[in-house]
Design a protein around this ligand. Structure first.
Ligand SMILES: Cc1ncc(COP(=O)(O)O)c(C=O)c1O
Length: 461
């Protein structure tokens, strides 16, 4: 693709209407939603940047594949078509579908926790991964490089493992107490930040030294591969598929929320390289929890759409445009002085709300306060990734202070144009200009698990 003349690499064939609301309407809607935009109806949102999960547009090939889908419970052709694609991309021996990423997590992670007092170590656990680690009776330790927390400084791979600390943690906790090393690629929670191939190889070498299982949490593995190609000289001439394969070669298990780089609206993947015993355990537990092992919570048509989407997500034109949209929004904000995680990562622009609203303490959730104002400003729905999301320490029940208080402006795949992104940028910049007037929020209702999804809040007086 000629970058100089780059526009969306698709023509729009079908549209979904979106509607602007008035500021008065939004004030009432947000109050009714308990100052938690998760509880808004999407019809009351003008530009929805809550998530890139299952919110992208499918291609004509995927829609055609939907029609091809079988609805058989056991052994459908759809399952075997999807299995073939997953095995070809990963090179793994075993595949089980799940209804989405957390479905895959709830099946696999408990199998790796073989006794009390175990730990998973990740560059950074995603929130549902952390929840499933804890539900399985283990503890989650994040081990990302310090550069990740300095949002203003350029670093090409802010998702990298801190290798020294990784080894220290293994030695301190004892290798027999480590249930696995989870490579989260890209690192969603810190800004969709990539992990370099060099760092993944070094992490793998440490895992091998101590005989540890490596799990890829690879919701955005294709975006990660594209960053490796762009930012790591040795990979400039390799195909995305080859780069991804090199990553899969390093791991034992691949868990994927296929709602991201599967370009599907629903779906999850469990792929196991060669551990037959683990595969049998997962096949057993998937039945009561997700469904029979040849559908695992997915319908035949969804499996067919995913089989096509997995291939399309590896296309370079698609990835170039995808990451350029994120860069574009990030540049517009940076040019206006708005602090963002820099450089931008794969699926979203993350606004640093510790810098944006330093007068709001962490337990009044500064990023949530900014999220709410952006909705009030223009009907744009971002999401908080900070102390509100992080929750409480399972041992002490104290609020955990997140090292980063981020507002994520998540860009769905193939869905919005650069015009939409201009509206988003204008809204965030307008809120930035009156940032000193923002107030924090406090709980009206706090759920015990994954509280950010369903909590009700109110502005601090
Ligand atoms: C890195 C990562 N892992 C796991 C998940 C969970 O996937 P799902 O939302 O499909 O359950 C997500 C979802 O955003 C994610 O970003």
């Amino acid at each position: 693709m000629d970058k100089k003349y780059m526009a969306e690499p698709y023509r729009i064939k079908m549209v979904e209407s979106i509607r602007q609301t008035t500021k008065e309407e939004r004030i009432k809607l947000l109050k009714d939603a308990g100052y938690n935009p998760f509880s808004l109806r999407s019809e009351d949102v003008y530009i929805d940047l809550l998530t890139d999960s299952g919110t992208g547009a499918m291609s004509q090939e995927q829609w055609a594949a939907l029609m091809r889908g079988d609805e058989a419970y056991a052994g459908s052709r759809s399952f075997y078509r999807l299995e073939k694609v997953v095995k070809a991309i990963t090179g793994y021996k075993y595949f089980i579908p799940a209804h989405q990423g957390r479905g895959a997590e709830q099946i696999v992670l408990p199998q790796l926790v073989t006794k009390k007092g175990m730990y998973f170590i990740s560059n950074m656990h995603f929130d549902t991964t952390r929840a499933h680690v804890e539900l399985a009776g283990a503890r989650a330790i994040d081990c990302v490089v310090d550069e990740c927390f300095n949002t203003q400084e350029y670093h090409p791979f802010k998702g990298n493992f801190d290798l020294l600390r990784l080894e220290q943690i293994i030695q301190e906790k004892g290798k027999d107490n480590i249930a696995g090393i989870i490579m989260t690629i890209t690192n969603n929670s810190a800004g969709g930040q990539p992990v370099s191939m060099e760092n993944l190889h070094a992490t793998k070498a440490i895992a091998d030294k101590y005989g540890l299982t490596v799990i890829i949490d690879g919701a955005r593995y294709a975006e990660n591969a594209f960053f490796v190609k762009q930012r790591e000289a040795a990979y400039a001439n390799k195909s995305i598929r080859a780069i991804a394969k090199e990553v899969f070669d390093m791991a034992d298990v691949f868990l994927m929320s296929a709602k991201k780089d599967g370009l599907a609206n629903m779906g999850g993947i469990i792929a196991i390289k060669e551990d037959e015993a683990l595969f049998q355990l997962c096949r057993t537990y998937i039945v009561p929890m997700e469904g029979f092992p040849t559908y695992g919570g997915m319908s035949g048509r969804d499996m067919d759409a995913l089989a096509v989407g997995l291939e399309e997500a590896l296309e370079e034109d698609y990835l170039l445009h995808r990451l350029d949209q994120v860069r574009y929004l990030g540049d517009r904000l940076r040019d206006a002085g708005v602090p963002i995680q820099y450089p931008t990562g794969g699926h979203a622009v993350f606004v640093d709300c510790k810098v944006f609203a330093p007068h709001i303490p962490f337990d009044q959730f500064p990023a949530q306060a900014v999220v709410n104002e952006v909705y009030l400003e223009a009907g744009v729905r971002p999401v908080e990734i900070g102390s509100f999301l992080l929750g409480r320490d399972p041992d002490t029940n104290e609020n955990i202070e997140s090292p980063l208080e981020l507002m994520r402006l998540t860009i769905p795949r193939r869905t919005y144009t650069y015009n939409h992104l201009d509206v988003v940028a204008d809204a965030v910049i307008a809120v930035y200009k009156r940032r000193h007037d923002l107030k924090g929020v406090e709980f009206e209702y706090e759920p015990p698990v994954l509280r950010h999804f369903t909590a009700r809040l109110k502005p601090v007086k």
